[in-house]
Design a protein around this ligand. Structure first.
Ligand code: A3P
Length: 302
């Protein structure tokens, strides 16, 4: 059944229909990783790394043939998190009915997760489903997370939250092992895991959208219309465009996450408005200690 499901479709993260999500270890994983202190996590990346953007782009690419008209595209009337859901959050929010209905999702089925690679069920790691991971420089990720989660959990100061972040006390485990898990997999199995960086995507969106399309074997990179199609997808998913859509201005995801808070500034380097010199030194040292030698590095200024 895995084979059948995967031969036909492309996925960000796909669980074969027959998996029966209620029997996967998701719930336990979620509880094990749950840290009831401060909530700073990342999607098939670490939270606040560009998940919303990646979901929008991947949805548009993977569904290009179904929704080739930009005028009535689902991304204009649904938030990207509604189109590409998180199974683990459904568990945590008593949305079991919706979990079961995943088997009724139209194809290609796109799912997303913040789980670290080593916690993914074998139905993902051992099947042919494809994984696209996006990460972001740890400075901007922290600021973005701070601005986002402080609205839900205002009890921590910026400094306290920073200490937790530096100690790896985050809901899906330390950010460095989260990134390295997918980074290493993308090196050993590049056909399985595509590794993207938010900063690269911002700097050369066309190039990286083509990488995503190629990775998904999408037809959009071929043919005379290719550059127009890619340009339209990029325009549809642009920060300013998405932020301005009615559907993203009000309402919540999972009852507590206000949709509008997924669209803040969308810049590289906003962290400079927040960090003290000692914080810069501390986080730089951790990045060097944890990621040095891995080949993974980040642009931190625009
Ligand atoms: P900032 O808080 O720095 O503005 P996630 O989607 O993983 O929650 O990450 C949220 C970050 O991505 C936020 O960063 C948000 O503004 C930015 N973002 C959301 N949609 C975007 C888009 N379409 N293009 C670029 N950045 C986007």
């Amino acid at each position: 059944s895995h084979k059948e499901a995967n031969e036909e479709n492309e996925f960000i993260l796909s669980l074969p229909k027959e998996t029966g999500l209620s029997s996967t270890p998701y719930l336990h994983l979620f509880q094990d990783f749950w840290c009831p202190t401060f909530y700073v996590e990342g999607v098939n990346n670490f939270p606040k790394s560009g998940t919303t953007w990646l979901k929008a782009l991947t949805f548009a690419i993977a569904n290009h043939q179904r929704f080739s008209s930009v005028d009535n595209h689902p991304l204009l009337s649904s938030n990207p998190h509604e189109l590409v859901p998180y199974p683990e959050f459904m568990y945590s929010n008593d949305m079991h009915d919706q979990i079961l209905s995943l088997s009724n999702m139209s194809e290609p089925r796109l799912l997303s997760t913040h789980l670290p690679f080593h916690s993914l069920p074998e139905s993902i790691t051992k099947s042919n489903c494809k994984i696209i991971y996006i990460c972001r420089n740890p400075f901007d990720t922290f600021v973005s997370a701070w601005e986002f989660f402080t609205k839900i959990k205002p009890e921590f100061t910026f400094e306290e939250a920073f200490e937790k972040y530096c100690n790896g006390i985050t809901v899906f485990g330390p950010w460095w092992s989260h990134m390295l898990g997918y980074w290493n997999e993308s090196i050993t199995t590049p056909n399985k895991v595509l590794f993207l960086k938010y900063e690269d995507l911002k700097e050369d969106t066309v190039f990286h959208v083509k990488r995503i399309a190629k990775f998904l074997d999408s037809p959009i990179i071929q043919g005379e219309e290719s550059s127009t199609v890619i340009e339209n997808i990029i325009k549809l998913c642009r920060f300013e465009k998405m932020k301005d859509l009615e559907v993203n201005k009000s309402g919540c995801i999972f009852d507590v996450l206000e949709k509008k808070n997924f669209f803040r500034k969308g810049e590289i380097g906003d962290w400079m408005n927040y960090f003290s010199p000692s914080m810069i030194e501390k986080l730089s040292k951790i990045i060097e200690e944890k990621l040095g030698g891995s080949g993974l590095s980040f642009k931190v200024h625009s």
